[in-house]
Design a protein around this ligand. Structure first.
Ligand code: SAM
Length: 206
């Protein structure tokens, strides 16, 4: 564990960056969102202290979950897609990593509270028409999943906890600002693509 000592000699834990590890072997699964640019951008902004309780909402293949567990977080992963749940479980097992994986519509079946909640949410304005589409369909303004996630997330954060969220210029920016108005916001990273900007924010309840 990375540790430093405070002014009075108190032991203070310091967060370490969650580094991409190519030795973590991730197998993609049918009807499960495969790791893409957004997944890797979110991953590269994360940091944890070993032992922190971390939840990955919408875990997909579990690439981020595997890295959180490898960095020493006490991991819970959740997804509404049962195939993503199986996929994340299999990828944790394949890499001999610990964690609890639950099938859940947002927080419905997720027990406990968390120091860190991570979400790469669905945000495109497309019709939801099957398991895989749940990975990207976010309603007309792209915030249909995000808004209830933020309500649940605020309730499940432990004192001092944080939400780390992938966001996109494809979302309705007025709707997004409204959804985030009761959080302090800090930008952790961004990347511009041909037609879209992706960025990651750390949120703390105001
Ligand atoms: C953009 S994908 C991200 C997958 C993975 N975290 C990654 O970064 O590669 C969004 C994920 O959220 C899941 N999801 C969508 N709606 C959800 C909900 N209401 N509750 C839980 N998970 C949900 C989808 O099934 C999908 O796996």
């Amino acid at each position: 564990m990375a540790q430093i000592y405070g002014d009075e000699g108190r032991r203070v834990s310091r967060r370490s960056a969650v580094e991409y590890r190519k030795e973590i072997d991730i197998e993609e699964c049918e009807e499960v969102y495969p790791p893409k640019e957004d997944t890797f951008l979110l991953l590269e902004t994360l940091s944890v202290t070993p032992g922190e309780r971390a939840l990955e909402m919408g875990c997909g293949t579990g690439l981020i979950s595997c890295h959180l567990a490898r960095a020493g977080a006490a991991l819970t992963a959740a997804d509404v897609n049962p195939k993503a749940v199986q996929c994340t479980r299999a990828n944790l097992e394949r890499n001999d990593l610990p964690g609890t994986v639950v099938e859940s519509d947002l927080f419905a079946n997720v027990p406990g509270s968390f120091d860190l909640i991570v979400f790469n949410p669905p945000y495109l304005s497309v019709e939801e028409d099957g398991l895989l589409e749940k990975a990207w369909a976010g309603g007309r303004e792209g915030v249909d999943v995000l808004v209830p996630f933020l309500t649940g997330g605020r309730e499940r954060l432990s004192p001092g906890g944080r939400i780390v969220l992938l966001l996109s210029s494809e979302m309705g920016q007025g709707a997004l600002d409204g959804a985030l108005r009761s959080f302090s916001r800090r930008r952790l990273g961004s990347r511009r693509y041909f037609f879209e900007e992706l960025w990651v924010e750390e949120l703390r309840p105001l």
